[in-house]
Design a protein around this ligand. Structure first.
Ligand code: AMP
Ligand code: ZN
Length: 114
């Protein structure tokens, strides 16, 4: 999608610190990290939010969630644990309208979320 920030990051028009890439998934460090590890994981296909996940595009979601434990192991926080977050829409706090999951780790997180 032409004016989408994360589509531009995926196709290299905007620089990012890439952590992982395959045919379905692109992952990069968040520019404003909320934890020692804060990786943004996006599908390499424009899906605007969790509201748009369906049977045709859910392969991207399973690919993302297959990669998460691999990244956790590679980066060494699989044993201590981590948090995966999706913000959807206005009340969810979504600011970029390309579906993404925040993979955060390296400190203990509180619950319930604020
Ligand atoms: P959300 O608020 O859930 O939509 O998350 C969007 C995330 O994208 C925020 O955590 C931002 O810090 C992050 N972000 C915005 N622009 C960039 C960028 N150019 N590179 C890396 N992360 C970004
Ligand atoms: Zn996009």
């Amino acid at each position: 999608m032409k004016d989408c920030l994360f589509c531009k990051i995926i196709n290299g028009k905007i620089p990012s610190t890439k952590v992982y890439e395959d045919d379905y998934v692109f992952a990069f460090n968040d520019i404003e990290p909320q934890a020692p590890y804060h990786i943004v994981i996006v599908p390499k296909h424009h899906i605007s939010s969790a509201n748009e996940i369906n049977a045709e595009n859910s392969i991207y979601i399973s690919k993302i969630f297959e990669i998460i434990p691999k990244l956790a192991k590679d980066l060494g926080f699989d044993q201590n644990g981590y948090r995966v977050i999706n913000n959807c829409g206005k009340d969810g706090g979504q600011t970029v309208n390309h579906l993404h999951f925040h993979l955060t780790a390296g400190r203990q997180f509180g619950w319930p979320a604020g």
